[in-house]
Ligand binder design. Structure first.
Ligand SMILES: NC(=O)c1ccc[n+]([C@@H]2O[C@H](COP(=O)([O-])OP(=O)(O)OC[C@H]3O[C@@H](n4cnc5c(N)ncnc54)[C@H](O)[C@@H]3O)[C@@H](O)[C@H]2O)c1
Length: 429
């Protein structure tokens, strides 16, 4: 940018020890002094002392337990406040002094939280994948970026899905409980084999495709339903993409891996259970809300669904006497999909790096309320985003400065087509 200022040099140095008014103003050690030297065209040097905050570190609230490795990443950059089990009121009070918050699935970051932040909250980090506990619309309206850790727990969730699938087929949980109760029921717990059976993977994303890969290794015939998955990705691992109805009508086992959205809420209900192959078995390590739990109890009682293995529930924890959990053909685990040592460590680091990166103003590859772009495109876009931001700042300064500027003309050339120069005019007022 052409310099229109009459100053020809600007030097900035900081020194926290030479604070001239230290004794009079008893400033804390987190303040320092910056010396700004301005040399003007007439060689007259102006010197200004400015008090600056040395404690410019942002504050990150960690509202649910996060692995040590992740906390260390955060602490290198920010003040970290680990406050677990906050009530909604406490959270709303605390949030007003935080620049970022990290949660797992147990903390509701709702509209009230964003409103209470008074505009200070810039980033919400969800240590995991599902973001149904974060009000995305409210986050966007309040200019707050939501990032998650989508990759670190994929394998853990897929392994848990397979563990539930095999445990359910061989009645492992029920048989274990009976042996511990002093019984020896070898006839009661005859299982079913997996080999040659059809598994329908509902939601062919990260977890779903890993489950499919593993199920193929167990000798299963795998089909999948996912309205957004590219057929060639499925074909590459020998999986056929089919319609919802076809999947549930032909599957012996159904494994759920779609997100909970308005479109998938209670998508397994009386009507869909009625279309299933009689005696189908269901695994759910996705989200409880995708199944209508009352309808599942009825389907289990009627033998339409022979067994269900569930890691997730509409209400977590489910009520103690919930018919579904108590059903003898149901195997239940307490949302353990991501609970391996390796995944927890991985998620902690992934989310800490995402939150720190977002606070630094870097492009967030795992932003949930911003367009998702592949990593390679993101790298290419990076300098343009920085340029766009600078141009935006320039435009605001020109307008706010009352300069009378009405139009800015931007001329740019592309590295891909060096001969081509484009000129664009745009109004800034
Ligand atoms: N139990 C756990 O601890 C645990 C751990 C990890 C993930 N999860 C859950 O598993 C689910 C999948 O996670 P992921 O990482 O694979 O997510 P992902 O975004 O990679 O995959 C989800 C897939 O579902 C598809 N989908 C969307 N709407 C659909 C619909 N109506 N029908 C069928 N498919 C649909 C999407 O196109 C996408 O391919 C999420 O709900 C996530 O919250 C649970």
């Amino acid at each position: 940018m052409a310099a229109t200022s009459s100053f020809t040099s600007l030097k900035l140095s900081t020194a926290s020890t030479t604070l001239p008014w230290k004794s009079r103003h008893s400033l804390s050690s987190s303040f320092g002094v910056a010396t700004i030297s301005l040399r003007c065209q007439h060689h007259r040097q102006l010197r200004r002392f400015v008090v600056i905050s040395m404690d410019a570190k942002p504050t990150i609230l960690v509202a649910e337990k996060l692995g040590e490795a992740g906390l260390n990443v955060l602490k290198e950059f920010a003040n970290v406040d680990c406050s677990y089990n906050l009530s909604p009121e406490e959270l709303c009070t605390k949030i007003s002094i935080c620049d970022a918050i990290i949660v797992r699935s147990g903390t509701k970051v709702n509209r009230k939280v964003f409103e209470s932040s008074g505009g200070r909250l810039k980033v919400v980090g969800r240590a995991g994948v599902g973001i149904d506990n974060v009000d995305l619309a409210a986050a966007t309206e309040h200019g707050c970026l939501v990032v998650n850790a989508p990759t670190a727990n994929t394998v853990a969730a897929a392994e848990h899905g397979i563990a539930l699938l095999t445990a359910m087929a061989r009645n492992i949980a029920q048989a274990d409980a009976s042996v511990k109760a002093g019984k020896w029921l070898r006839n009661k717990y005859v299982g079913v084999s997996l080999v040659g059976k059809t598994l329908a993977v509902m939601g062919f994303g990260k977890v779903g495709s890993e489950v499919a890969r593993r199920a193929k290794g167990l000798g299963m015939h795998v089909i999948a339903h996912d309205p957004y998955a590219p057929a060639d990705r499925a074909r590459a691992i020998g999986v056929e993409l089919v319609s919802f109805d076809e999947a549930i009508a032909s599957a012996d086992f159904i494994s759920l891996h779609m997100p909970l959205t308005p479109a998938t809420s209670k998508v397994f209900n009386d009507e869909t259970f009625a279309k299933m192959k009689k005696g189908a078995r269901i695994v759910n390590v996705a989200r409880g809300g995708v199944i209508d739990e009352e309808a599942l109890v009825k389907a289990l009682d009627a033998g339409i669904v022979a067994q269900a293995a569930l890691d997730v529930f509409t209400a977590e924890p489910p009520p103690k006497d919930a018919k579904l959990v108590q059903h003898e053909n149901v195997t239940a685990t307490p949302h353990l999909g991501a609970s391996t040592m390796e995944a927890q460590e991985g998620v902690a680091i992934e989310i800490a790096e995402a939150v720190v990166g977002a606070l630094k103003g870097e492009l967030a590859a795992t932003a949930v309320n911003a367009p998702m772009v592949p990593a390679e495109v993101l790298t290419e876009l990076k300098p343009f985003v920085a340029l766009a931001e600078k141009l935006g700042r320039l435009a605001v300064q020109l307008v706010a400065g009352g300069s009378g500027v009405k139009t800015v003309k931007v001329t740019y050339a592309s590295g891909r087509a060096p001969g081509l120069t484009l000129t664009q005019g745009c109004f800034v007022r």
